[in-house]
Design a protein around this ligand. Structure first.
Ligand code: ATP
Ligand code: MG
Length: 439
């Protein structure tokens, strides 16, 4: 065995960075292996990609050949060999191995096998299952998605901030609050949204955003709710409902177009045609809440004016569309107290949710906020909340209060739709829901 240095990433080989026949060193984990007629085929996974490596009895000493043949799956090892363009190999390139470096041998019987395994088993073994190339692709896309968002925010003059995760008041209603033991103190919860703090910070920083976890004790099992999700929220002073819709249109299109441009193969491998993401353009269509209710009712699905959309309604409604679309003007009764009532029609708010097509449903919730002190006071009472719990928040309305708007985007919801996944869980390495906080 020789000490090897100068390793390169599998991704660089797959990109064609090395000439046919060039000598390279790679290291990674054995993802699959099989042997036939004096040749071994290993698929090596290094975090950047997966490449086929072949060992031929004629090019490598017998001892190394038989040692590698016995290595269990997920053994990590270093190899040196020549790259060859070969269209029979997945990815179009292979490495013809002529030397082995360090070997970190696995135990026998790696629990994740190629044949169908039940979802519960795979979730119990999530710490290993996250090595699967499909999940690896999704997580790489997720990282690029967040980077694209930050680029857009920077380009458009927003400042990133972080707000507390420990809070003393509810933002999105009491039913999904997680209580925490906070020293001796009662009435402390995990954040459902940055909303209250964001409205304080716009008077300090102007346009702001955050990308941070939000926690919701979602009592039902659905394909699109997690109890911990990544929340991308923005808030703008001097901004109206239509301004914020415009920001949402441009942000979502920028992220979709970027993924199509920089990782089309990964997007495709996960299950979405990248041309679809490339084709999305601002602005997205808008319909009113009233029109949305009529569409749902016309499909003989039960819904009354004033109800919120559940998945039974959102699914069929969004199947009517090919791009995301805004539903505008939700009734006051189904939006939190800080949403501004429509001055022309008090029973609805200046709010709007962006719904993804193909049955995916809500990906953004937002709107214009109440900036008048008396009106906000009344709205807390109407919502059955104790204004005393929101004293500092209401205080903001006394000191230079201006029209302002914002929204929250669910990172996992958007990824689920953009990648055409049928469950939200695979957009996160270790999903948290009602039944699962392990591993
Ligand atoms: P829903 O009606 O789907 O539960 P919501 O109205 O509670 O959503 P908001 O409070 O407006 O959602 O939150 C803003 C965004 O955060 C939503 O549009 C969605 O993308 C995302 N989101 C909300 N709750 C969850 C959750 N439990 N899991 C994942 N994403 C969520
Ligand atoms: Mg909810």
């Amino acid at each position: 065995m020789v000490k090897m240095t100068g390793f390169i990433d599998v991704a660089d080989i797959l990109k064609g960075d090395n000439e046919d026949g060039a000598e390279v060193k790679v290291r990674g984990w054995i993802y699959t292996s099989r042997s036939s007629g004096g040749i071994q085929f290993l698929e090596l996974r290094d975090g950047s990609g997966v490449i086929q490596c072949t060992l031929n009895k004629r090019n490598i000493d017998a001892e190394t050949f038989s040692r590698v043949e016995k290595l269990p799956l997920e053994t990590a090892l270093e190899m040196k060999g020549k790259v060859k363009e070969d269209n029979r190999a997945p990815g179009g390139w292979e490495i013809r191995v002529n030397e082995i470096g360090n070997v970190y041998e696995s135990k026998l019987d790696y629990p994740i096998v190629k044949k169908e395994q039940g979802i519960e088993f795979l979730m119990d073994n999530r710490h290993l299952y996250i090595r699967e190339p499909k999940l690896q692709n999704i997580f790489q896309i997720r990282a690029k998605f967040l980077q694209a968002a930050r680029d857009w925010f920077k380009e458009n003059g927003y400042t990133e901030v972080q707000t507390p995760m420990f809070m003393t008041a509810s933002v999105e209603g009491g039913s999904t609050l997680f209580s925490v033991e906070y020293f001796e103190r009662k009435g402390v919860y995990l954040s459902q949204s940055w909303q209250l703090y964001a409205e304080a910070l716009i008077s300090s920083l102007g346009k702001i955003y955050t990308i941070a976890p939000s926690f919701r004790a979602e009592p039902s099992r659905t394909r699109r709710h997690l109890s911990e999700f990544l929340h991308m929220e923005l808030e703008e002073p001097w901004s109206t409902l239509s301004d914020i819709q415009n920001s949402g249109d441009r942000l979502v299109c920028h992220m979709a177009n970027t993924l199509a441009e920089v990782m089309p193969e990964k997007v495709k491998a996960v299950g979405r045609d990248p041309d679809y993401l490339a084709s999305l353009k601002a602005p997205f269509p808008k319909i009113t809440y009233d029109e949305a209710v009529e569409i749902v009712q016309s499909k003989n699905i039960e819904m009354f004016w004033g109800d919120d959309f559940g998945w039974q309604q959102e699914g069929p409604l969004t199947e009517e569309f090919e791009t995301p679309f805004w539903v505008v003007g939700y009734p006051s009764g189904i939006k939190p107290f800080y949403h501004m009532p429509d001055p022309k029609r008090a029973e609805v708010t200046l709010s709007s949710d962006l719904l993804a097509p193909e049955g995916y449903g809500e990906i953004i919730g937002g709107g214009q906020r109440v900036h008048n002190y008396e009106q906000l006071y009344q709205r807390t009472l109407d919502d059955g909340l104790d204004p005393a719990n929101y004293a500092w928040y209401m205080d903001l309305r006394k000191w230079g209060t201006v029209p302002h708007s914002g929204f929250g985007l669910g990172v996992e919801r958007v990824l689920m739709w953009m990648l055409k996944l049928d469950h939200i869980r695979d957009t996160v390495p270790f999903p948290r829901d009602m039944r699962r906080v392990y591993p």
